[in-house]
Write a protein that binds this ligand. Sequence first.
Ligand code: SF4
Length: 391
Amino acid sequence: MGNDSIQTDLFGESMWPVLPVEYKPVHPDYVNISRIYLAQGSLSTPKKRQFVENICDLYPEADIRECLETPHNRIDLGETDALALHRTGKRTLVFGELKSAVRFSEEDGNTCPNYWHFSPYGFCPFGCKYCYLAGTQGVKFSPAIKIYVNLADMLMEIDRVANRLKKQTPFYLGKLQDALALDPLTGYSTILVPFFAKHPYARFILLTKSTNVDRLLGLEHNGHTTLSWSVNPPEVCKQFEAAVPTVDSRLEAMCRAASSGYPVRAVMMPIIPIEGWQDIYSSFTRRLVENVPIQRLTLGGICIYRGARSLMERKMELNNTISTHIERVPENAGDGRARYSKALRNEMYSLIIETVRQIRPELELALCLEEPELWESTGLQERLGQCNCVL
Ligand code: SF4
């Protein structure tokens, strides 16, 4: 790995595996596409064109529009109302290029460590009512599902960063998208997992609610890819997650991935205090840690920006269970995200931590997007900075 990565072929493309072409794209579950945009860069080389056309062939009914002069984030979906725009975005697929796809996070105002993350996809086809991502800047104005075809640029950049740092460095996929939901279409895992498997320094951590693990099971991963799943008890999923694989099927996918030797983790977030939540969460936690060989469990409450909260309240109602438990604080306090009160968060985390400790005292535990007081009150301060996005 290293300087070879910048060699290019006859078409000016990188010598990295540019895009998977020797694979058969298949329809992912829960993805309903009615319109496809081919944005700037999406057809710029023969390989990219072949890759994009193979996927478009799966959607013969879709309205396909070429707009090769328009960047992926400038496409006008023709809606002005925020909820209508969000719903249209979920049915729209955009192919394009993302030039700054490998980035270092800039969290401030909470205890999260900053970390490298990358984006071969943008946003997500699933329909969680609490979706935090829906309110972030990039998604709010451009809420289509995106596939970025400049995968080779991303690999080059990851290689460059990791070789410069000269130590094991995780690159996270799942901050601004679901990491596996579109893999049946793209086959990207067949390039990413082997790339990280061979790399001396770069490591891969991904977060998903998808169950699309079939392609990953046979890949040589060398323990360099960690798969993590976002989970919640079925009672919570039923109320707050639409068009998402059931949590039972996620647990099954986790077990299959673990059987193939992948390190597997879980993120329980957002924990939602529905009626009877104490019994519901302790019983689900027991089931999770008894049946799935996870190496780390990260807990979190709701952490939501104003735009995402307003969409959530329009999808449900103003007085939904999440909103009624959100604490009133000045909007610019901390990192600007709305959360439950510290007392409620402490109660939730403590109950789950106690349940875990009774069954698997050695299991690594962490909190996501939390404040220092919560790490202290839950007795996890020694693990601060060792959460899901990092090694
Ligand atoms: S899986 Fe994550 S990104 Fe996708 S809709 Fe649900 S919360 Fe949003």
